[in-house]
Design a protein around this ligand. Structure first.
Ligand SMILES: *Cc1c(COP(=O)(O)O)cnc(C)c1O
Length: 404
């Protein structure tokens, strides 16, 4: 039994008896948030530079967002996809406008969005030749989610090792190495899937020339290009979707994480050409996907992005963030280099960053790693220079502890 008076330690002990242990969690029980700050159950305050893995773009307890959800809860939470609902109709139309894609399917998570994207690509190829042995080219160090289809194309063999044959036959190439993509493509390749900025794999941005070449290869061979924008999308790089920086458009793309800013929702979107030649009635479905609550969240998020000028703010403030991180990199030998785009940054270090992250946490700064040696900076998109200063000061002290 848990009650309000349990200490954080007792809550964690309880959790470790009841929850399946699939995460080595930070030893903190979060209770509430306000703006870019989080509070644990014992009242300790944390500056958040992780935003629930890139989800809480708007910061916590956003009044407009909360009100929109409350209003929707008072109306209807769920209809099933046997009916239309207004929030989904509105959200789909707005996503088309901001993405330039033509058709939208709502799912419940990033992994589910990837599943749908893969099914669309495989069905597209099936409609051409009737074969069922198509392959997908993905990238090493990619991350696309933990369900079987998404896992098939996730470029981390450790995640796949124990789980046997994968449903989707994937061949892996290397980010920013066009030759490796050419070598991975065969007559059976139906799609190339990639993140425009790799997130879990270490904050690795795709170069423009690489994207251009891959796009051209896909056009020549009628291979579908899938961009997984689950982490790098929704304004994080200063563009609503990271590919828009270069105008290199995918055939299918995914979104999730910041799309709902806390309410679980994902989406995959495609061009009319793919829609006309892939999934039709009966090919794909979901009970919850596109439900009125999730789509009300999407609409509220998009409203706030406009009102607050989120992409402008990211573009205006990112150079300051980069400057402060660069200062840390040049000051501390432990840090090797910084890379990233906008508010999606990584500091590559010369050893495991676990200790740095733990010391930052003790001092009230929440960070996350990407791989063992990279500090990942993934703040809410509303952070200001003042909070960047605060982060840099604490992070500096935390890194000092490593070199001491
Ligand atoms: C997080 C992530 C996913 C998986 O999303 P879930 O909502 O955890 O299923 C897929 N792709 C990318 C790029 C991600 O960062």
């Amino acid at each position: 039994m848990s009650d309000k008076n349990m200490t954080m330690k007792a809550l964690i002990d309880q959790a470790e008896k009841d929850l399946l242990h699939t995460y080595n969690r930070y030893q903190v029980v979060l209770d509430h948030g306000e703006g870019v700050y989080l509070y644990d159950t014992e009242g300790k305050k944390y500056l958040d530079f992780m935003s629930g893995i890139g989800v809480f773009a708007l910061g916590y307890n956003n009044e407009y967002y909360n009100k929109a959800l409350e209003q929707q809860i008072g109306k209807i939470l769920h209809t099933s996809n046997y009916f239309y609902n207004v929030p989904a109709i509105t959200a789909a139309h707005r996503l088309k406008e901001i993405s330039g894609m033509d058709r939208v399917f709502f799912a419940n998570s990033g992994a589910e969005a990837v599943e749908g994207a893969l099914k669309a690509a495989i069905k597209y190829a099936y409609n051409k030749d009737g074969a069922s042995d198509h392959q997908v080219v993905a990238l090493e160090h990619s991350f696309h989610g933990r369900t079987y289809g998404a896992l098939s194309v996730t470029g981390n063999s450790h995640y796949r090792e124990a789980f046997g044959a994968m449903p989707c036959e994937a061949r892996f190439a290397i980010m920013n190495d066009y030759e490796s993509v050419v070598n991975a493509v065969t007559d059976k390749t139906c799609a190339i899937i990639m993140e425009v900025v790799q997130g879990e794999g270490g904050i690795v941005p795709a170069q423009e020339i690489f994207l251009q070449n891959v796009r051209k290869l896909c056009d020549e061979k009628d291979i579908l290009l899938i961009f997984d924008e689950v982490q790098c999308g929704m304004g994080r790089t200063g563009y609503m979707f990271a590919w828009q920086k270069f105008g290199i458009k995918p055939d299918i793309m995914t979104s999730a994480k910041a799309l709902g800013c806390g309410v679980p929702v994902g989406a995959f979107m495609m061009t009319q050409k793919v829609a006309d030649n892939s999934l039709t009635a009966g090919d794909h479905g979901t009970t919850y996907g596109g439900n009125p609550l999730a789509c009300a969240a999407v609409n509220a998020v998009l409203d706030q992005y406009e009102t607050l000028g989120i992409t402008d703010h990211v573009n205006k403030t990112a150079p300051y963030l980069e400057k402060k991180l660069d200062e840390l990199v040049s000051k501390y030998d432990f840090c090797e280099l910084r890379r990233g785009r906008g508010f999606m940054q990584g500091i590559v270090c010369r050893g495991p960053v676990k200790g740095v992250i733990a010391r930052a946490m003790d001092q009230g700064l929440i960070l996350i790693n990407a791989g063992s040696d990279i500090i990942r900076i993934l703040p809410p998109l509303v952070i200001t220079e003042k909070e960047i200063d605060e982060m840099a000061a604490v992070l500096g002290r935390a890194i000092e502890g490593e070199t001491a």
